[in-house]
Design a protein around this ligand. Structure first.
Ligand SMILES: Cc1cc2nc3c(=O)[nH]c(=O)nc-3n(C[C@H](O)[C@H](O)[C@H](O)COP(=O)(O)O)c2cc1C
Length: 347
């Protein structure tokens, strides 16, 4: 059965968004270009760069500009900026005009201390007049449509996603992504899917649901619960780009399958190659570790495999180890790949 989603008003500048259902979240330290490309290969409709500081872009920081390198990238890609200074945000939007990107997203959700301390990210949920200035400034300067990513509010006593969502819509933001937690919650507790459903109900523009979707079953559950236009995947994609294939299977009414062990090894090899090309041998090998830890979690023999892979920062050695493991045949699937639908009350 096709998932029931609320009909929405799609901005005429982004007709392609009609079909966008499965999005890779922006994640600092994770969603670099090699990983975005791998996620697209497995069915992500759109990938986001790691967030970039508007001040860093304004002052020409090389490291910040590297985060938004999308030159020649195929498929839909979003750039995300954060900051608390409307002028810097406007300048960043202007400087980004030549970038290859399909949307410019504003981060109003980051709970990290170093971002919030400078009143960026989720801190702006507690200062709606400044948030409004920022959105106006960015929209005025951006060459591409602007979207926004929010949390439900600053803390339990100041949940204001309704006010913020309606304001964003009025200002001309083309869609709103909501992570169903307050800033105070950071990543604790459960994401508030009722809040996402509520926001879907009151906005005419698309709402992208975000929080705690980790497989095909929880994807289905979130869409059924909220009727959101699409779902953004963060942690559930780390070491698990196959989640997008599982989500696509749900949308296309096909059985949801777990990836096989050899495919996991082969994808990890590709990922290593991509990171090494981007960052050089050592850094490239190191950055894939956080994915490896998750990819093979729960497999019998995973700890030994991980130890061997972590013992080296030579990509050829890592690839040889993975090929050997794949050739030895896959161990039985661990329980986390159970594809039975997760009941709402069990998530
Ligand atoms: C390592 C990491 C880095 C993140 N970086 C960003 C970021 O740059 N921009 C952003 O909007 N959210 C960022 N997030 C939040 C995620 O995009 C997402 O909203 C959050 O993890 C909840 O979704 P999930 O349950 O699917 O992980 C980050 C999360 C993690 C775990």
């Amino acid at each position: 059965m096709t998932l029931d989603r609320k009909p929405v008003r799609i901005d005429p500048r982004i007709p392609w968004f009609e079909e966008v259902r499965r999005l890779l979240s922006p994640m600092a330290g994770v969603t670099d270009r090699p990983f975005r490309e791998i996620c697209r290969r497995f069915g992500a409709d759109m990938g986001f760069c790691e967030f970039a500081s508007a001040s860093g872009l304004t002052y020409g920081g090389e490291a910040t500009w590297k985060l938004v390198d999308t030159e020649g990238e195929e498929g839909l890609v979003g750039v995300q900026i954060f900051g608390n200074d409307p002028e810097h945000m406007a300048t960043a939007a202007r400087l980004l005009r030549d970038k290859r990107m399909d949307v410019l997203d504003i981060n109003f959700g980051c709970p990290a201390k170093k971002v919030v301390k400078k009143c960026g990210g989720s801190a702006l949920l507690a200062d709606v007049p400044l948030l409004e200035k920022i959105v106006r400034a960015v929209i005025a300067e951006s060459a591409v449509p602007v979207s926004a990513k929010i949390r439900t509010g600053w803390d339990a006593d100041s949940v204001n996603y309704r006010e913020v969502g309606l304001l964003l819509q009025e200002l001309g933001v083309v869609w709103v992504t909501m992570h169903g937690r307050t800033r105070a919650q950071k990543f604790t507790g459960r994401a508030d899917w009722d809040g996402i459903a509520d926001l879907v109900g009151i906005l005419d523009i698309p709402v992208i649901g975000n929080g705690d979707v980790v497989d095909g079953a929880s994807y289905r559950a979130m869409v059924e619960h909220t009727r959101c236009h699409g779902v953004m995947i963060g942690r559930g994609a780390i070491g698990n780009p196959w989640i997008f294939e599982q989500m696509r299977a749900v949308d296309e009414n096909r059985p949801v399958r777990a990836p096989d062990f050899a495919a996991m090894c082969a994808t990890t090899c590709d990922h290593i190659r991509g990171e090494v090309a981007l960052r050089g041998e050592k850094q490239g090998c190191l950055v894939v570790r956080k994915h490896i830890a998750r990819t093979f979690r729960g497999y019998p023999g995973a700890a030994a495999l991980r130890r061997r892979l972590y013992a080296t920062t030579d990509s050829a050695t890592m690839i040889a180890i993975l090929r050997e493991a794949a050739a030895a045949g896959g161990p039985p699937l661990p329980a986390r790949h159970d594809t039975e639908p997760i009941r709402e009350d069990a998530r």
